[in-house]
Design a protein around this ligand. Sequence first.
Ligand SMILES: Cc1ncc(COP(=O)(O)O)c(C=O)c1O
Length: 396
Amino acid sequence: MSTPTLLAERVTGLVAPSPFGAVLGHVADDAVHLTGGSPAPESLPRDEFAHRTVEVLADLDSAARALDYSGHQGDPALRRWIGAREGVDASRVVITNGALHGLSMTLLAAVDPGDLVFVENPVYPLAVKTLQLTGARVDAVPVDEDGLDVDALDRALRSGARPRALYVVPDFQNPTGSVLAPDRRLRLVELAERYGFLVISDNPYSELRGSGEDIPDLDPASDRIVHVNTFSKTLGPGLRLGWTVAPEWLVAGLLDLRARHDQHASSLLQAVVTRLVTRDDLFERTVAAASVLYNERAVALVDGLRAELGDGVDVALPAGGVFAWPRFTDPNLDVEALASAAAAEGVVFLPGGQFSVVGDSSAARRHARVSFGQTSSDQLRTAASRIARAYRRVIG
Ligand SMILES: Cc1ncc(COP(=O)(O)O)c(C=O)c1O
């Protein structure tokens, strides 16, 4: 007889929103994996990281601070650097253990059980997982090539929907790679203010623009806007270091939660990263070089898919980030079956339906999410030809 567990309902009630990394069947031994959202290891400033770590620890005073407890809100110098980039006072910046942590704390601080929260469709599924902690009702607003469909949101609001919060990824959205158009950003802020809901902008890929002009994030001067961000895509997700820019009214709530969770992010990591980012223009050079690398890879992938699949695929070159979102034009093609066949041919990607966990999934199911950040251009061309082989097998 098995021993009954003592798990709380808070945990037993959690469900996986999508079979992320679903069993694909046989995966070829030499498979190219195009599933993750991590940065290319060669783009990360390893040497600089090593030097700054030694520097922090070599000096007794700085080592003592770096190995001691520190404030809930985070290193003041790091908050000042972030505040200057975000265009807000450092008092509104909270250092977190990554974007998901910032999202989770923001939702816990601002959303009550039963509240309605809007997410994107398709959506980054871990955001929906995080939302489950709140007991909120979740509904979706569609995403098109210009990002969140603000007209559809407007219609829902006019029809009486009263969300407490809305989750959006403005730049190089996960999974579609789309960028929220400037006029939609303005309208989204207006709607948030008119109807009184919180917009949580999760923007981890914003520094990784491969082409075109930067577009400012949702205006943080509005007290309805939160920015959640992270060093995961620029300095490495293993750091678990990110930040949240909160309106003044929310900061104390976030810190109250923090005081009941982990107290603060690692003092040592914050000290190292502060030295790293505030030195010369190291951060700018790092993200600029990474953006060029990812753009080359995006071109190799997209050109490869177009050359191999011709009219069978409709794929835009993403202007940044690490994801492409090809649509297979044959309405009868089963993209899950294609993903299984591709795994056997030696390339693993995620079927688009896995990102459509709230709302109608019929459009997303014709897409795939293909990551290119960690794979060389040569390997991406190989991957494209393997996808084409699988495609021919599946359509027979
Ligand atoms: C949209 C989005 N938000 C958040 C995260 C997670 O960021 P972090 O590792 O800083 O928690 C990711 C990572 O894939 C992401 O794509």
